[in-house]
Design a protein around this ligand. Structure first.
Ligand code: TYD
Length: 212
């Protein structure tokens, strides 16, 4: 029998609509974990690897990709994110580092699931041996009007999935469908009412139930 690696880091994913305030919560959680003396790495998808660049080109509308191509590119990026020998998720977790990731396969299920066969997208990600299952996923649930206001305020260039409020509504509904469908995943819905500090407390205090 192999001995379990009890020093493995935790793999924590944040999901939510564009403008949901994920980044603030990710920063607050990373700070808190570091204060506890844990080693923590903050990361995101799409990545800064070559595959992430190809994806960003498509998201910016510079290069048109079919929904299936985009799903496959996100999966390729996720595999690279996991296995890359320098700072890949698999290595970090095994050396005891907590990995906090802004978006992961739940985004593929919700966004690519709108335009492709959702079960195909779910299967290829969940069944891929190089794609680590998160220990927990926090979904920051914010009304779409608020997300839209924040995205509008940010200004700048909008990506293909950020444009309209009814797109945000569709994505939110798709996330809900995905969460109903998924068994065996630890998903925590976070109500966005309250200050960022209060929300951060709820997130932090729920972590021990997902300790390894
Ligand atoms: P980005 O601006 O990088 O991040 P965020 O909106 O989280 O601040 O946008 C990433 C976009 O990519 C976002 O609109 C969701 C989309 N996306 C997918 O469609 N599928 C995926 O698998 C992932 C990880 C992201």
């Amino acid at each position: 029998m192999t001995k379990e690696n009890t020093n493995r880091g935790r793999f924590i994913v944040f999901e939510g609509l564009d403008g949901s305030g994920k980044s603030t919560q990710i920063d607050l959680l990373c700070e808190r974990l570091k204060k506890e003396g844990r080693s923590v790495v903050k990361t995101a998808e799409p990545t800064m690897l070559t595959t992430g660049g190809i994806i960003r080109d498509a998201l910016a509308g510079n290069y048109q990709r079919s929904p299936e191509e985009l799903s496959a590119l996100f999966l390729a990026d996720r595999i690279a994110h996991n296995v890359n020998p320098k700072n890949g998720i698999i290595n970090l977790l095994s050396e005891g580092t907590d990995v906090v990731c802004d978006r992961y396969y739940y985004s593929s299920f919700a966004y690519q699931g709108m335009d492709c066969d959702i079960d195909w997208v779910i299967d290829m990600n969940i069944k891929c041996p190089s794609v680590t299952k998160p220990d927990v996923c926090f979904f920051i649930d914010v009304p779409t009007e608020i997300c839209k206001e924040r995205v509008d305020k940010r200004g700048g260039f909008r990506e293909i999935f950020e444009r309209e409020q009814n797109t945000l509504e569709r994505v939110r509904a798709k996330y809900a469908e995905v969460f109903r469908k998924l068994e065996n995943e630890n998903i925590v819905l976070i109500n966005s009412e309250g200050s960022p500090a209060d929300i951060a407390k709820v997130i932090y205090s729920s972590l021990p139930q997902f300790a390894l």
